[in-house]
Design a protein around this ligand. Structure first.
Ligand code: G3I
Length: 499
């Protein structure tokens, strides 16, 4: 697993981020860090006054306001009145707990697997996929008529050990294949996927986090989004991160990426704001959501939990009102149900206590939801998945061909209307310095993106040239590149020319 020393706001390394994953993550997380203070006088207002003020502000701007005549009595039903969802991260291992599922079934209309759809869970051995627990989460969501958020296709953490040991084009190919396979398995069942999780660095730079995935090339994120879109055209594709909850260097870095993706046609639909909060919430929380919405993506609160303390209920209300005030904020997910279910052991950061009782924070969220907000135009919270997962078609590799000192073979992951091809380029008895692979695409097929190679042309016979880091192949060695396309994948044997 790739773990990095955490840094505080000033960029100083925090000691003690050792082998304990949760401890290390804790230090990497925003909780407990200083963040822009919300005005104390605002924090002291009662929730009723806050709701009225928010309502007045919304009315003053002329946005359709949907205050509810009949207050709903559950989080999901209340959120649905403004076209939004209210969800929870859930664990497959707890679905046998009646108290847990009782609250889940009653209160929520969206679910996110806390760990069950991550890379280590779904592909424990390379090319061998296990959807048992992911499917349990999906089926729970189906049984509730809830939305299912997929979490997370690629992340520097919770990678299987085999992926942690890969690098370069081999890792890139494996990662994109993972995206394709998992998104294909759940095709048509997922409301929104966290395609890439936590790829930006903390601190003042606003740049990418170093990771094995980042070292495969800066385009790894867009390659993942393109592969996810091809595999599941109807899922909303999200980038998800923490410490991006206010306007800061990190969130601005993410926004810059979103604008770049939008400008270049890279498929991105939404940004998730984890919102693991301490005792304060950034004063520009809503403004931050709005600037992403203004860039043309939906926004979602994806992992909300708040340290227990004097402000917990107020902070929950502030976050809820912020989402309601942004028309492209499609929903809120809390990261667990009861305090005893939380990853933040001992902090009691959730809406239900360990005995399953509603806390003050619950009431403040429900009141805020019932006060309403502009109706979300894009969300349909009652239209969850209606059936279980299907399996994605896969074909085996073609036979390698020889030509000019190298050979090439293709493996295909295909679905109706698209494919991802992984091409292995192998050197013979002598080393290769530079290679070009040519592939004949069927009529009507086209290359839409390639990684770890540069393509010439997109239709007919397309040639792929090595990039700087994978042109040299040792005698007997190999490298891999990939490409994604529309139509039917290539079945003809590729040719390879060295030099
Ligand atoms: O399942 C094993 C169990 O078999 C074993 O006995 C036990 C021993 O420690 O570990 C269990 O796995 C743990 C797993 O949670 C399931 O409980 C892992 O050690 C533990 O590391 C893992 O923690 C998860 C954490 O991500 C890992 O980074 C938390 O549950 C999960 O809530 C948390 O979720 C992340 C989001 O995915 C991304 N954003 C931050 C968020 C909070 O850290």
């Amino acid at each position: 697993m790739v773990w990095e020393r955490s840094r505080n706001i000033a960029g100083t390394a925090i000691n003690g981020c050792g082998n304990d994953v949760l401890e290390c993550y804790w230090l990497m997380s925003p909780i407990g860090r200083s963040s822009p203070e919300r005005s104390p006088d605002i924090m002291r207002r009662s929730s009723v006054i806050g709701v009225l003020a928010a309502a007045g502000a919304v009315l003053a701007t002329g946005v359709l306001f949907s205050a509810t005549a009949d207050a709903a009595t559950t989080l999901g039903a209340s959120a649905a009145q403004t076209g939004r969802y209210f969800g929870a991260a859930i664990a497959a291992g707890k679905l046998g707990d009646g108290a847990y599922t009782g609250i889940l079934n009653r209160e929520f209309n969206s679910v996110t697997p806390e760990n069950e759809m991550k890379w280590d869970a779904t592909e424990p051995s390379r090319g061998s996929f296990n959807y048992t627990n992911g499917d349990r989460i999906l089926n729970q969501g189906v049984s509730m008529g809830a939305k299912v958020r997929g979490h997370a296709l690629l992340w520097h953490a919770q990678q299987p050990s085999w992926a942690q040991s890969l690098s370069g084009s081999t890792l890139r190919s494996a990662a994109i294949n993972h995206v394709t396979q998992v998104a294909t398995h759940y095709q048509g069942k997922i409301y929104a996927w966290d395609v890439v999780n936590e790829a930006f660095a903390d601190g003042s730079g606003g740049g990418r986090r170093d990771s094995n995935l980042q070292r495969t090339g800066n385009d790894w994120i867009e390659a993942a989004f393109r592969a996810a879109r091809a595999a599941d055209p109807n899922a909303k594709l999200c980038y998800n991160d923490y410490n991006t909850d206010g306007v800061n260097a990190k969130s601005t870095g993410v926004l810059t990426m979103v604008k770049d993706f939008k400008a270049r046609g890279v498929p991105i639909d939404c940004v998730g704001f984890q919102s693991h909060l301490g005792t304060t919430v950034p004063g520009d929380y809503q403004a931050n959501l709005q600037r992403f919405a203004d860039a043309g993506v939906d926004v979602q609160i994806t992992e909300l939990d708040v340290a227990q303390g004097g402000n917990q209920a107020n902070i929950y209300a502030t976050v809820t009102k912020a989402c309601l005030a942004v028309s492209r904020c499609t929903g809120i997910t809390v990261w667990g149900i009861r305090d005893s279910d939380s990853w933040r052991t001992g902090e009691n950061p959730l809406l239900f206590d360990s005995a399953g009782n509603k806390k003050a924070a619950y009431t403040s969220v429900l009141n805020a939801l019932n006060a309403g907000g502009p109706t979300n135009p894009t969300s349909s919270p009652t239209s969850g998945p209606t059936s279980g997962p299907t399996s994605g078609p896969t074909s085996g590799p073609t036979s390698p061909s020889t030509g000019g000192g190298c050979t090439a073979s293709t493996s295909l992951n295909s679905w109706n209307g698209g494919f991802v091809a992984t091409v292995r380029v192998a050197a013979g008895a002598t080393a290769v310095n530079g290679w070009t692979v040519s592939l004949a695409l069927p009529t009507g097929s086209a290359v839409t993106s390639a990684w770890s190679a540069t393509n010439s042309g997109t239709t007919g016979t397309v040639s792929f040239r090595n990039v700087s880091y994978n042109g040299s192949i040792a005698a007997g060695g190999y490298t891999e590149f990939g490409f994604q396309g529309t139509g039917t994948g290539p079945t003809a044997t590729p040719t390879c020319a060295a030099g």
